[in-house]
Design a protein around this ligand. Structure first.
Ligand code: NAD
Length: 490
């Protein structure tokens, strides 16, 4: 098992207001570690009057922060990077304890957050706005301006990375930012907010507003919050997108996924075995980029062996982390029962792997074969280490199945033939496509974002396409002197 350090003292996830930690005014609730099932701390629901104080503070901070030169705002981000790298082990340990993932996965999540932070530090040099003389004596220019008080609502499965997708960019662009972490993983917010404070972020620029559904509703209903990003399940993404858009807010809501992998007989056995196996078992399948359906085209049994070999090599608590809750473990078991009753067969069942003696919530990897195209496991996001194999006789039939799925986050193909890979790239119904990559998450500055029911709203959540979400362009046309040769612009 990971050598995790559990704090002896129960930890308290509070709201971050004016760079201080203050208790939410709602009811107290426990935070459980998936590693042990034990309470490791507590948090409090927040009320709309708590949000009132946070927004007031964010509004006041906006006046100064949005007028602070970009290069000065960026200095805070450089310092933040130093602090996060210094504290990376401590933060990763906390992520493991409250989320259940293994240490290397937690560290990778913080590193991805730092990569977005690095992208944000590059804006001072790369995002210079265009200015040109459009007719004699008349110039036009773009000025990028911050939106104001913005909010971000995040899920449990990446307690550091998902908020770090948006915080560095939105804050560097001059916004003041209200973060609502998942109530299942609210502790990581303490480390991140403290790091921003230590880096010199002025009071009120970042606030943390803890709680669950009612906190999200308060954010949607607050008239001073004009921009909201959401990452979580499609069910809630639709609610947030719908309700916040009705209030004329700018919204980008990323939802769930059902990612397909197309496996062709000429795939490299080592690359496909590791790539596909790690994709569905990594983070115990609790990531929106995890492989879920394997479209096995033709004779690929020799490749399936490698996938299973790799999945079988993981020990729970070492190579694979825990599941967020007992309810989720029960749900995964019931999904497998359902698949079997619908005609699927068990190709590999890792549920009998040894469970760590610490208690907690565990689920070994499972590979289902002969899964029916329209069955429950083939169409529902399960969010666990289950791979459903659908046998296909051609790439075209595989692509038909992939295209029919409601979501559109990721799709990958494993092959050694460029033209076949190109076929999949051009036909896939997915915002992020991979060739011989199990988890095709783009690296910055290439942006992250799906399509279809995996994303509601325009643009992506990171990279260059995110800039126009977190800011607005002012178009300025200037003439200082009267000119002799007048034209229609004069
Ligand atoms: P979730 O939708 O249950 O919760 C996400 C956020 O919404 C949390 O902050 C939660 O407090 C809030 N919330 C929950 N129910 C709500 C309701 N009825 N009304 C308003 N707010 C509500 O998601 P989760 O279980 O925390 O995370 C897992 C899901 O997130 C999966 O579906 C996964 O695919 C998705 N996800 C997507 C991406 C992506 O980039 N597309 C990334 C990570 C996770």
């Amino acid at each position: 098992m990971n050598n995790l350090e559990f704090s002896q003292e129960p930890q308290s996830a509070l709201n971050f207001l004016n760079n201080q930690w203050v208790k939410g005014s709602g009811i107290k609730f426990d935070i459980h570690s998936p590693y042990t099932g034990e309470a490791i701390g507590h948090s409090y629901e927040s009320t709309s009057s708590d949000l009132e104080m946070i927004v007031e503070s964010a509004k006041n901070a906006f006046t100064t922060w949005s007028q602070t030169p970009m290069k000065e705002r960026t200095k805070v981000m450089f310092e933040l990077r130093r602090i996060l790298l210094r504290d990376i082990d401590k933060i990763s340990n906390l992520i493991c304890i409250e989320n259940g993932k293994i240490f290397s996965e937690a560290k990778a999540e913080v590193m991805k957050g730092i990569e977005v932070l690095e992208f944000a530090t590059s804006l001072q040099n790369s995002d210079s706005m265009t200015k040109m003389e459009v007719s004699r004596g008349v110039s036009c220019e773009y000025r990028r301006e911050a939106m104001g008080v913005v909010a971000s609502i995040t899920p449990f499965n990446f307690p550091a990375m998902v908020p770090m997708w948006t915080m560095p960019i939105a804050i560097t662009l001059g916004n003041t930012y209200v973060w609502k972490p998942s109530e299942k993983t609210p502790l990581t917010a303490i480390s991140l907010a403290n790091a921003f404070k230590e880096a010199g972020l002025p009071s009120g620029v970042l606030s943390v507003y803890q709680g669950s559904k009612s906190s999200v509703e308060a954010i949607i209903n607050h008239p001073e919050i004009n921009t909201i990003s959401f990452v979580g399940s499609t069910k809630v993404a639709k609610i947030v997108y719908d309700q916040a858009s009705r209030k004329y807010k700018r919204v980008l809501a990323l939802g769930g996924a059902k990612n397909h992998i197309i496996l062709l007989p000429d795939a490299d056995p080592m690359i496909s075995g590791k790539g596909i196996s790690d994709s569905f078992t990594g983070c115990a399948g609790q990531r929106c980029m995890a492989a879920s359906v394997l479209l096995a085209v033709g004779k690929v049994d020799h490749l399936l062996e490698k996938i299973i070999e790799r999945a079988d090599s993981h020990h729970l608590g070492e190579g694979m982390g825990a599941i967020i809750s007992k309810e989720q473990v029960d749900f995964l078991n019931s999904a497998i029962d359902k698949a079997l009753s619908e005609g699927a067969t068990l190709l590999y069942d890792g549920r009998d792997k040894t469970i760590p003696t610490t208690g907690g919530y565990w689920f070994g990897p499972v590979v289902l074969d002969n899964v029916k195209t329209d069955s429950y496991v083939a169409t529902t996001e399960l969010f666990g280490p289950i791979l459903s194999i659908i046998r296909c006789d051609s790439i075209s039939s595989a692509m038909k199945i992939e295209n029919a799925n409601e979501y559109g986050n990721a799709c990958s193909v494993f092959t050694s033939t460029g033209s076949l890979a190109e076929k999949v790239i051009s036909r896939a119904k997915a915002g992020m496509v991979g060739v011989n990559i199990g988890v095709p998450v783009p690296r910055e500055p290439f942006s992250f974002g799906g399509i279809a029911a995996s994303k509601f709203g325009h643009g992506d959540i990171t990279g260059t396409p995110s800039l126009n979400f977190w800011s607005q362009l002012k178009k300025v046309t200037i003439k200082w002197e009267s000119q002799s040769d007048e034209n229609w612009m004069s």
